[in-house]
Write a protein that binds this ligand. Sequence first.
Ligand SMILES: *Cc1c(COP(=O)(O)O)cnc(C)c1O
Length: 416
Amino acid sequence: MKNIHSFDPEVAASLELELNRQRDGLEMIPSENFVSEAVLEALGSVTTNKYAEGYPGKRYYGGCEYIDTIEQLAIDRAKKIFGAEHVNVQPLSGAPANIAAYEALLDHGDTVLGMDLSHGGHLTHGHPVTQSSKIYNFVRYKTNAEGKLDLDNLREMAIEHKPKLILVGYSAYSREIDFERVQEIADEVGAMTMADIAHIAGLIAAGEMNNPVPIFDIVTTTTHKTLRGPRGGMIMCKKKHAKAVDKAVFPGLQGGPHENVITAKAIAFKEAMQPEFKEYAKQIKANAKVLEVELGSRGFKLMFGGTDNHLLLIDVTPKDVTGHEAETALDKAGITVNKNMIPDDPRKPLDPSGIRLGTPALTTRGMKEDEMRKVADWIDRAISARNDDDELSKIKAEVEEMTKNFPLYEKLSYTE
Ligand SMILES: *Cc1c(COP(=O)(O)O)cnc(C)c1O
């Protein structure tokens, strides 16, 4: 990266520090991942220069013939991977994809049934701090006492509130979702169905989790979590919603699409179609299972009773520690997780009872079951030693030693 380095050493220095942070630590935030070098190259490609308002073949700018080919490749690959009738690859990220989906399907004031944030839902699913919550009438459902998604309760609430849209798919929920049953409930009450697969898209792409795309009216996702593409969003839907979705994204919500990101999406989708990606998704789940067993046996309380996917939501208060304290201690030990609310959390969002962690990024680095056993042990040790900075530094050194065996962007440097 000679040009950054010679023109702007200040930025280059910080980039190098960030690169080394990613290399040296254990990245366990379940919504993060490491993209391939091909995806990185695409993000820095010349397609960043191009305005292309509109859609392939119907643009408001000249010179879009090659951009059209690239965007169409991204669309066709996504259709094939997920079995989608229609795909829009222009949403800038997951949150705008959801806003556009609501706008495509709903009138202002319509009722949406979505999951409560502390039970695993996402802010964009109607949390009172969002703009969407002021536009639509969100009713929140919760997981049951055992922590599972309670579809009988969902049905009762659907009958009571007559929503126009039922929304499933979550940010901190670790269990499989029965999309067919949700569709039956929706049919019974005359509602449309939306799944937000932002977290699990990669697992679905690999056939490792249930796929709502062939069943539901509309499915939104990010492309940068388990799908391991560039930071961005995508909407998939039935043909009958195609026009409304495209209009809601542009000109409804956005201007010119970020074609460099769409270029990177096309490449990431090709990667997701390779046999290696299937192995990757299997290993993500196997690694999460090891953490479930190892952390469970060390006295951590696993919400939802464990995991079927890539993440674990853990109540750390039985260890006499808060989510914030656990996050801070783990940070000092070189392990990055995030504090998180647990269902009906009696504590506040900035210092909740839980932490959320996952395996997609570590699995990308090539770590397997043996490494996960070490990771579980470090997590337990670091939380126990939260007031002992010497011990935390010792763990950090052990972590760094291990991560050296799993090189990341080996030839990349921002300072030479
Ligand atoms: C991450 C996430 C989003 C938001 O994606 P951004 O790219 O951060 O805007 C939306 N929905 C769910 C379920 C998510 O997990």
